[in-house]
Design a protein around this ligand. Structure first.
Ligand SMILES: Nc1ncnc2c1ncn2[C@@H]1O[C@H](COP(=O)(O)OP(=O)(O)O)[C@@H](O)[C@H]1O
Ligand SMILES: [Mg+2]
Length: 325
């Protein structure tokens, strides 16, 4: 059963007279109990996708077309009142820069209690305390954190508070957007281990987003690769990593020390993301792709199902081009 189902999603930002094509024609489904990793270099549209699902886009963003169903409910056309009943309760998110999400003038405990009572006003003090203490212990934080102000916490502690806060109302779908990016490697590793346990314990379905394939690979079952607002490849994590079909995925995998062959040279993809304010003819990756031919600069590849995978590349599945497989 699909918990999340996204069809033909296109999201653009208006900046002056320009339109930034942040997400284009994106199709993606997440099955119950699965965690999808969304990976792609910075500027690929990953956070825009997350904010669209949460209906937390800034004012200059517009959903041009598409549909998002979460637990069978149409998120895009839902009224604000309907949305307020389920956002943070049925689905929630840990933000990329979550340090700024807490109010600096209120203690952590007060802010966490508020998040709880907004959806359950009847909850008594004792129950609240119990729930917060159990959540804190799950993210390896001492109870005294409840009496701290945000500035008194380290980056790792703060991020753990944000994870606890996202889980406070027992949501069943959670998005983690670069949830460990700002942390040192040791803390990052610890939090990833804690997240693995939490995902299991709460039978969460969700999305883990990072520009770092190594981080995403630790937590996800399936892998979605985004580039310049488009889905390049999507499939089972191990299959995608062991046998990437899209040239961009292949480049990403070979740029990762743990995943590329031992002793092999790390690959870095030459070139930059295209200018998203211009309409791009053909494949968005063509100008950086070593396998691109004339047709790649003319025809936009559709996302097609191939070998248990979804791939957006004119060459994949095309017998005439064995050189790129
Ligand atoms: N509020 C905004 N206004 C204008 N452009 C934006 C805004 N937020 C993001 N963008 C642009 O949209 C594109 C996708 O950004 P984003 O979704 O943040 O990518 P990612 O999370 O993969 O780094 C980028 O070109 C970015 O500059
Ligand atoms: Mg982002």
């Amino acid at each position: 059963m699909n918990v999340l189902h996204i069809r033909d999603l296109t999201v653009r930002y208006s900046v002056g007279k320009k339109q930034i094509r942040a997400v284009e024609d994106l199709n993606l489904s997440v099955k119950k109990g699965r965690f999808v990793g969304v990976v792609g270099e910075s500027g690929s549209g990953k956070s825009t996708l997350a904010h669209t699902i949460m209906r937390l886009l800034p004012k200059n963003a517009g959903i041009i077309k598409g549909k998002i169903e979460l637990f069978g409910q149409d998120i895009i056309s839902m009224s604000d009142d309907e949305l307020a009943k389920i956002r943070w309760k049925e689905f929630s998110m840990v933000f990329q820069r979550s340090m700024n999400a807490l109010s600096p003038v209120h203690k952590v405990g007060v802010q966490m209690s508020e998040a709880l009572t907004i959806h359950d006003p009847q909850m008594n003090e004792e129950k609240i305390r119990e729930r917060l203490e159990s959540l804190l212990s799950m993210v390896n934080l001492p109870v005294r954190v409840l009496d701290c102000y945000p500035h008194q916490l380290s980056g790792g502690m703060m991020q753990r508070v944000m994870i606890a806060l996202a889980l406070v109302n027992s949501p069943k779908f959670v998005i983690l957007d670069e949830a460990t990016t700002a942390l040192d490697v040791v803390t990052q590793g610890q939090i990833i281990e804690e997240l693995k346990i939490l995902i299991q314990k709460f039978s969460l379905t969700g999305m883990v987003i990072s520009h770092d394939l190594g981080v995403v690979a630790e937590l996800c079952d399936d892998l979605a690769v985004m580039y310049a607002g488009r889905l390049m490849e999507y499939g089972n994590k191990d299959e995608v990593i062991n046998k990437p079909l899209h040239p961009y995925t292949r480049a990403l995998v070979s740029s990762l020390p743990e995943l590329s062959e031992r002793g092999g040279r790390l690959y870095s993809i030459p070139g930059n993301l295209p200018d998203l304010s211009c309409e791009i003819n053909g494949c968005v990756f063509a100008n950086r792709c070593q396998f691109a031919s004339d047709e790649c600069f003319k025809m936009t590849p559709l996302t097609v199902g191939f070998e248990n995978r979804y791939v957006s590349c004119l060459k994949v599945g095309n017998e005439s081009c064995k050189s790129c497989r």
